[in-house]
Design a protein around this ligand. Structure first.
Ligand SMILES: Cc1cc2nc3c(=O)[nH]c(=O)nc-3n(C[C@H](O)[C@H](O)[C@H](O)COP(=O)(O)OP(=O)(O)OC[C@H]3O[C@@H](n4cnc5c(N)ncnc54)[C@H](O)[C@@H]3O)c2cc1C
Length: 305
């Protein structure tokens, strides 16, 4: 049964300072961004009655996507072997549609538009935010894995100040996050990967589009001159109780040459590292099999590059 709307109040602050001050109340109001997760709960009668904090009314939270000047001008990266400068910053209200439309983000961080196009349909993509996807902490969140593979940082603001938390450190269990109730996610900062990095994004669901993931892998690899793996990121959704970075498998690969033996070793390590969930969408056995297949595909195609 639907929740009764009379059980809910919404406050609409005009500034970020007002919004952060309101979060000092006990209990603090619950942030409301695009509402595409919250309204589903309301409709299902599962939303906690209480006060909600409308972020749409706060102009500081809807800054356009920022691409640092160093990145914009860096047409000659890699020529001198230097690391690429700069980063991309999404604001709290950046939507999937904003990312799909942004030519520089498409060029610099290609996994983000790939994820965005697979999230819901156009209506959801136009309303739902990346920050809401992070804060909602679903193990099946599709926006979180590519951000984590790119080493994104979450900017958390409260009346006491701002702190940065690596997205890979943000989750500690099912729906457990590093965000305190008095904090808002005010930005997501994404360093631009080194030139020549190879990425991989694949969502496996019951349908090609408009499906909740059964298994998703976002991967990023940086190879050295002798094809040795300088850095690798392997991030899975829908496999563990929260978005999971497979650090053990990453560490057996880092420093090795990318060759068939390394691929087999990585797949064997992943098989023991993952402890997949079993739920109505899929079985643990299927998830483990598909996660290993995706890793093999990612490393196999990278070997051929
Ligand atoms: C039809 C439909 C299809 C969908 N398809 C997909 C899909 O394919 N893949 C997928 O990953 N998701 C999907 N979703 C889920 C949802 O759209 C995403 O998780 C979305 O990114 C949530 O963003 P939002 O702005 O709507 O969040 P909201 O619903 O406003 O909030 C979600 C949670 O985040 C918190 N929150 C929001 N913003 C902040 C902030 N700035 N600081 C602190 N806390 C905050 C809220 O308090 C709440 O707990 C779908 C939803 C629907 C209804």
């Amino acid at each position: 049964m639907k929740s009764s709307i009379a059980d809910f109040a919404v406050i609409s602050p005009r500034t970020l300072a007002e919004a952060l001050a309101s979060l000092r109340q006990t209990p603090p109001p619950v942030p409301l961004a695009g509402g595409t997760d919250i309204m589903v709960l309301l409709n299902a009668g599962q939303l906690e009655p209480g006060v909600y904090l409308n972020l749409y009314s706060v102009p500081e939270l809807r800054r356009p996507i920022e691409v640092s000047a160093g990145v914009r001008d860096a047409g000659t990266w890699g020529a001198g072997g230097a690391d690429p400068p700069g980063e991309v910053r999404l604001s709290a209200l950046t939507t999937y549609a904003d990312v799909r439309r942004h030519a520089e983000v498409r060029r610099l961080l290609p996994m983000l538009p790939l994820a965005a196009r697979e999230i819901g349909a156009v209506q959801i993509q136009s309303r739902a935010t990346w920050a809401g996807n992070i804060a909602n902490a679903s193990p099946a969140a599709d926006g979180v894995p590519p951000l984590m593979a790119y080493d994104a940082t979450v900017e958390l603001s409260s009346a006491a100040g701002v702190r940065q938390v690596a997205l890979s450190e943000f989750y500690s269990g099912y729906k457990q996050t590093a965000r305190r109730p008095d904090e808002l996610i005010t930005g997501i900062r994404i360093p631009v990967p080194a030139p020549g990095s190879i990425d991989y994004f694949r969502k496996v669901g019951t349908r090609k589009f408009q499906a909740i993931s059964k298994v998703l892998l976002a991967g990023l690899v940086e190879l050295g001159g002798s094809r040795e793996i300088r850095k690798i990121r392997l991030v899975f959704a829908s496999v563990m109780p929260f978005t999971y970075r497979a650090r053990k498998t990453e560490s057996v690969l880092e420093g090795r040459r990318l060759e068939p033996g390394a691929v087999s070793l990585a797949v064997e390590t992943l098989r023991t590292e993952l402890k997949p969930i079993d739920d109505i969408r899929s079985t643990a056995r299927y998830r483990l099999k598909v996660a290993c297949n995706l890793l093999e595909e990612f490393l196999g195609t990278t070997m051929g590059c």
